[in-house]
Write a protein that binds this ligand. Sequence first.
Ligand code: G16
Length: 554
Amino acid sequence: MNDEQRSLLLRSAARFPLPEGMRFSYGTAGFRADALVLHSTMFRAGIIASLRSLKNDGAVIGLMVTASHNQITDNGVKIADPSGGMLSQLWEPFTDAVANAPDADHLLRLICDFAEKEGISFDGSCRAEVLMGRDTRPSGESLLEAAKEGVNAIAGSAATDMGVLTAPQLHWMVRARNRGEKASEVHYFEQLAGSFRCLIDLAPNHGQKSTISKLVVDGANGVGAEKLELLIKMLDVSFIEVRNNGKGGGILNEGVGADYVQKERVVPDGFGGDDVGIRCASLDGDADRLVYFMIPSASGKDIILVDGDKMLSLFALFIKDQLSVLLQGDVKDNSFQPRLGVVQTAYANGASTDYLKRSGLEVIFTPTGVKYLHEKAAEYDIGIYFEANGHGTVLFSKCFLSWLEARSNELSSNSAGSDQQRAALRLMAVSKLINQAIGDALSGLLLVEAILFHMGWSISQWNELYHDLPSRQLKVKVKDRTAVVTTNAETTVVKPPGIQEAINVVSAKYPRGRSFIRPSGTEDVIRVYAEASTKDYADGLAKSIAELVESYLG
Ligand code: G16
């Protein structure tokens, strides 16, 4: 950095001092905290995004201002790498250090040292570019401005404000830009709508498309509702109704949204007795998570949850079927056997894992956080990953897609209209519909709808794929959540000593009892998960484990 560049950085950084006594930590999906204390973090995240772009020869980087499922007063930031996926984990320690640098001088020193180590040059040979978006939180606008200043503090960098977006839209745009593809919101909607229509037209019962039954979507009073309404217009369909779109005075994520529905398992606001038996779905605050649910009776608050594990199972079943049709019979080049794999976390219901394994699928586990699942899924030709909370997608390798395209061309000239050709076209449409950058509630929703239509299934038939083991999740507020350290994809606690043994003893008392604890990376709590053979057992086990956490961590 030359003197001019240094003084620009110092001057800008001085305007965003670190709040007294605060420590920020890069968590499961970036930084998250009360919006009031986040201006310095946002400014510094802008710097990180610029540096990341310079490191990648000026490739576009994404910066999304969102706290997703957290309460409305929180905010946060997610950074998207050139692939559209989450920021490389290798940069997390540096990002943490930058967020906590005590003053402008320390910050400058950190950046210069890191740039030297990473071979990042400020000689103007390439220009950093950062695409920015935000969700609908009231704090978003001013925090985005702070992030913009961070980008501009690295001389020559360009920040492009894309306005209010879902997080997956921004990730999709980053990927598209870096692939030299059209990357506007309209192009995003066109790609989703086009590939959805294609799947519907390829369904065996496509003549009945006007009979698709009603779907009611809870938009969490957030950005997903607004964007889904636009997508519905583009699709020109009438079977999707959006509720909780934030226009009726509802508050973001309060008594609504995918996180609430999945964790509390109760009817969200805006839904009730009139929705009994109807297919319902819920998005989260930045529309990267999706769960489905049904209201079984008008009198109670309970729902039947159809979660991320069920979505994973539905997608895996459909893709496996299409692959086997495609690979059957007289295949000219049958040397290529695509590897299909699924990725879950410890939160996956035990019954889902059993079902997937019984279906002959390879199942692997990672810690919580799409950054881990995505990385694993990318090792397969087709990698399907989902967290139980509804965050996930399906990744298709470059090599598989080239093979598929060649195979599809071959089939269209030799056996147009055959089952095999239709299977190839369906898989190509899935690869365009489902977001290749990150989990995306809107694209996931259209894929669920297309597959249910293809199968001729109701939500109840889908739910019958397997029966969930009853489970329960709790949050425990403790003095210091970092005191809990886990291993084995978060299924074993190594610190504090003794607590894992105590968890094992308690879990063993319950038929099919399984439980684990882990520190949340998005909220200041310890999360408790428990499952067992009955609802009462699962509730009892979760409560006992929460008490253990309190007794060990206070
Ligand atoms: C983020 C991550 C998810 C993770 C969730 C909860 O979701 O992207 O992978 O499951 O946080 O994480 P934790 O249990 O560590 O709080 P979102 O939708 O909030 O961005």
